[in-house]
Structures are given as C-alpha cells and as structure tokens.
Ligand binder design. Structure first.
Ligand code: HEC
Length: 97
C-alpha cells in the first residue's frame, strides 16, 4: 500500500517538475514577440494562444533551418528539444488577442 502511494507520488510529481517555466528561455523573444505573445511590429507574428504542436513544429523547423528565417534561425540555434517544448507550451497558454 505504502509502495503504491510512493509510485503514485512519483507519477504525479514527474510532469509537475517540468512545469516551472524559466523566463530566461524567452527573454530574447520579448522585444519582437512581446511579453504577452502579442507582437508590436508588422511582420512579427503573435504567438499567444497559437496551438502548441504548431509552435513546436515551427521552432524545430527554424532550429534545423528547414523554415528559413535569419532572426528565428539565430534565436533557435541553441535550443534543446525540451526548451522548444517548454516555449511552445508557454506561448500557447497565453490568451490570444
Ligand atoms: C528580431 C525579432 C525576433 C526575435 C528576437 C524572435 N523572433 Fe520569432 N519571429 C520573428 C519573425 C519576423 C517571425 C516570422 C518569420 C517569417 O516571416 O517566416 C517569427 C516567427 C516565429 C515563430 C513562428 C510563428 C508562426 O506563426 O509561424 C515562432 C514560434 C517564434 N518566432 C518564436 C520565437 C521565440 C521562442 C523567440 C525567442 C527565443 C523568438 N521567436 C525571437 C521575429 C523574432
């Protein structure tokens, strides 16, 4: 019984550990995409409320160079898969406008 609780605790703690979002990950994105994911410039897309799989796919595509864009290639060049997932989850969770 105690063992079951132990495993249940690990199960629930697992995903929760990935939750705290490190704002450093997106500090460089804010001047263009906005802290709220709403862009201030024409030509820069809003990220807030965009669906998560799409955002993740775009980040991967910029990262690998499959989607060609100079600034976004530069911004994503050192991202890990985990960071791209966290960023996609973060921006998709913000309210769209
Ligand atoms: C210098 C300005 C600039 C910075 C900094 C920047 N972006 Fe972008 N981003 C753009 C532009 C411009 C586009 C549109 C690219 C295009 O036209 O293909 C874009 C596109 C994107 C897209 C695709 C959106 C879509 O609807 O297809 C994502 C996702 C994204 N950026 C995430 C980020 C993240 C995450 C960061 C920070 C790590 C970041 N951007 C930093 C300018 C910027």
């Amino acid at each position: 019984m105690k063992l079951a609780i132990f495993f249940a605790a690990i199960f629930f703690a697992g995903p929760a550990c990935a939750q705290p979002f490190d704002p450093e990950l997106i500090s460089g994105c804010l001047p263009c995409h906005g802290g709220d994911g709403i862009s201030r410039f024409g030509g820069v897309p809003n990220l807030a409320g965009q669906n998560e799989p799409y955002l993740l796919n775009q980040l991967r595509a910029f990262h690998t160079g499959k989607r060609v864009h100079k600034e976004m290639r530069y911004m994503s060049r050192h991202m890990t898969e985990e960071e791209m997932e966290a960023i996609a989850a973060y921006f998709s969770s913000l309210p769209a406008r």
